[in-house]
Design a protein around this ligand. Structure first.
Ligand code: FAD
Length: 404
């Protein structure tokens, strides 16, 4: 049996990028459906630390680029969404911390002072007086300096849930047999082809949008696109769980002002109420290839060095590897902006960072408008759960107990 559907937009990949674009295009009137291969958010999005950056990491490099300026707007755009007055309504998403901090050991104090006075950082970073330290840092047994950044932290799981809750009936599970692409009769555009429950289903769309993170590579191959290139950067992320851990949100910066802090800590809660410290930064980048025992030992040493006053003797430690997936532009250069590329009726997109997703969705919408792709005024064929199963929600990694 053969079924044929037409719709405005079909998205492949239900992480933050796909879900945000789905919400934004449907709000703009486009008839849009999304296919997710595994679980909504279950790729990089649930693995992310949820930090909505204001670009300090780039500014620390000294230069004020257009990327630094683009990212500097993001915290206020997100905050508007979170309080219901922004481009999307993200009310219901949990804000884990309204502030993000930077902790430095004493030897850096004089260099930091020079940096903080520099034009690129002025007004973005505030030294915190010791009597205003969050409780955990008030107990510090080593001298150090604490700075407050314009960044804040969201809970990725509730973010995905909020975005998905408005899209029931529009987010489907990709059939196990996957998707292939055939040329349409005009030989230019592609048509998506699925085989599911013994049926062949053809979906014609004005635009297909690939937001599949690491999965973009196989979609690019399936659609035979020659000019889209991808790259991945592996990370070996560590988390520790202990019921009474204080909640902290902090970059620990090392001796060099590199783009990557020595340790980046965010705090979360698992399904049974234990506090989870989630560790990224240099430890995750440099620990790729370590065994679980080696990586956990490295993380324990790093925590002891930064926070010698912390008692985490009863913590349970785990790690897992995850790839960051990005566009490969200019020969393996790390992009620092959201990026998409168009090949006839296909857009391949990467937000580059969770933070930059609003910018990606805006760029995609602007591109549709520029190409005169308008929302269909007549009700098109309804793809429904009679054809494909509904996509399921992902879970935080510490609830899945994934390990290396
Ligand atoms: P993903 O979240 O990976 O989603 C892609 C989805 O596509 C997945 O659900 C996958 O199952 C699905 N898929 C794959 N193949 C197919 C297919 N063929 N068809 C359909 N679906 C498919 N950014 C920040 O701004 N702040 C942070 O604190 C931060 N921390 C991070 C920490 C880690 C450890 C990592 C890895 C990244 C972090 N990032 C952070 C970056 C941010 O998480 C990513 O840029 C963002 O989540 C990417 O979203 P995405 O939707 O493009 O990809």
């Amino acid at each position: 049996m053969i079924l044929r559907y037409s719709t405005d937009i079909v998205i492949f990949g239900g992480g933050i990028a796909g879900l945000w674009v789905l919400n934004s295009l449907r709000n703009a009137g486009y008839q849009t459906v999304l296919f997710e291969k595994d679980s909504l958010g279950g790729g990089q999005t649930m693995a992310s630390q949820g930090i909505i950056h204001g670009g300090l990491k780039y500014a620390l490099q000294g230069a004020l680029s257009s990327a630094t300026e683009a990212i500097a707007d993001m915290p206020s755009r997100w905050r508007a969404c979170l309080d219901g007055s922004g481009e999307l309504d993200l009310r219901g998403t949990q804000i884990l911390s309204d502030h993000y901090y930077m902790w430095s050991n004493a030897s850096l104090r004089s260099r930091l002072k020079t940096f903080l006075g520099s034009k690129s950082l002025r007004g973005r970073v505030e030294a915190v007086a010791t009597d205003r330290y969050p409780p955990f840092f008030q107990n510090a047994t080593v001298s150090g300096s604490l700075y407050q950044l314009p960044d804040f932290v969201v809970d990725s799981e509730s973010l995905v849930k909020t975005l998905a809750s408005k899209q029931r009936g529009a987010a489907f599970s990709l059939p196990e047999s996957g998707v292939s692409f055939e040329h349409s009769s005009n030989q230019e555009d592609r048509v998506a082809v699925f085989t599911h429950r013994g049926r062949k289903i053809y979906i014609r769309a004005k635009r297909f949008i690939f937001t599949a993170g690491e999965g973009n590579e196989s979609l690019i191959r399936a659609a035979n696109l020659s000019n889209a290139k991808t790259q991945t950067r592996p990370l070996n992320m560590v988390y520790l769980k202990q019921r009474d851990l204080p909640k902290i949100y902090v970059h620990c910066i090392g001796d060099s002002f590199s783009l990557t802090p020595r340790l980046t800590v965010t705090s979360h809660q698992d399904a049974i109420g234990e506090t989870v410290w989630y560790l990224g930064g240099e430890i995750a980048e440099c620990g790729v290839g370590n065994t679980e025992a080696e990586q956990v030992a490295a993380a324990k040493a790093a925590i002891k060095k930064e926070f010698p006053w912390l008692d985490c003797s009863s913590a349970e430690w785990r790690c897992f590897t995850i790839n960051r997936a990005e566009a490969n532009i200019n020969n393996n250069h790390r992009p620092d902006e959201a990026f998409f590329l168009k090949d006839r009726n296909i857009l391949v997109a990467w937000p580059t960072k969770l933070t930059l997703t609003p910018a990606l969705a805006e760029q995609i919408l602007q591109n549709l408008i520029a190409d005169k792709i308008c929302p269909s005024t007549k009700d098109m064929d309804r793809i429904s759960e009679a054809d494909f199963e509904a996509a399921r929600l992902g879970d935080s990694y510490w609830n899945l107990e994934k390990s290396a």
